[in-house]
Design a protein around this ligand. Structure first.
Ligand code: ZN
Length: 204
């Protein structure tokens, strides 16, 4: 997994409005402060997705500047430089202990979701993944931030790989993952959001 192995998403317009109920079934996997989660990235099933976004008015909104002209769109000119994020389909071992350990004799239980990675975190997990593709990773959070440490070179989910594939089936087209990159607005909707606080503002 390197920069060449993510889909940079620039131009898709996805209507994620009004779909909160269906989107909620695809959980974000993220440790709380002091927590250690055992996870594995499912990049062999769905290619990670990345994009530039703006955190604006308490929401993630995708940046509209095209790849060959960063900073050119109104969003960047009005609200500043965008950030970069990558979302990766992953599973969390729900029966790992509080240190993230999972005994080899235990059948792994898991749930499929996604992990959001900022640039630095993305580089960390890319290194782990290039050394041992699919490896189990300990994902933790302390007062310094989020950490990713290799847990096992061979993933525990190998013994239940068919169940993993089955659980991941409905997400394999990557649409849900793309929707986690933030709302995609047209330039007009951006303009309304900036000027009136809502993308759907209409002149009366
Ligand atoms: Zn922008």
């Amino acid at each position: 997994m390197s920069d060449g192995h993510v889909d940079m998403i620039f131009d898709e317009i996805l209507d994620t409005r009004g779909n909160a109920a269906t989107l909620s079934s695809f959980h974000q996997i993220a440790p709380k402060l002091g927590q250690i989660l055992r996870v594995s990235l499912l990049t062999h099933l769905v290619q990670p997705k990345a994009s530039a976004y703006h955190w604006y008015r308490q929401q993630f909104v995708r940046c509209n500047s095209p790849k060959d002209a960063p900073g050119s769109s109104m969003c960047c000119q009005k609200v500043g430089k965008p950030s970069w994020t990558c979302v990766v389909m992953a599973l969390q071992y729900v029966n790992a202990d509080q240190d993230g350990k999972l005994s080899g004799s235990v059948v792994p239980k898991f749930r499929v979701g996604y992990i959001s990675l900022a640039r630095t975190a993305y580089k960390q997990v890319s290194e782990l993944m290039s050394e041992a593709p699919g490896c189990d990773i300990l994902y933790s959070k302390d007062t310094d931030g989020y950490h990713f440490v290799g847990a096992s070179r061979s993933p525990s989910w190998q013994s239940v790989s068919l169940q993993v594939e089955e659980a991941a089936t409905r997400f394999r087209d990557g649409q849900k993952l793309v929707s986690k990159l933030g709302k995609k607005l047209t330039d007009m909707e951006w303009k309304n959001l900036i000027a009136h606080g809502s993308p759907q503002w209409e002149e009366e």
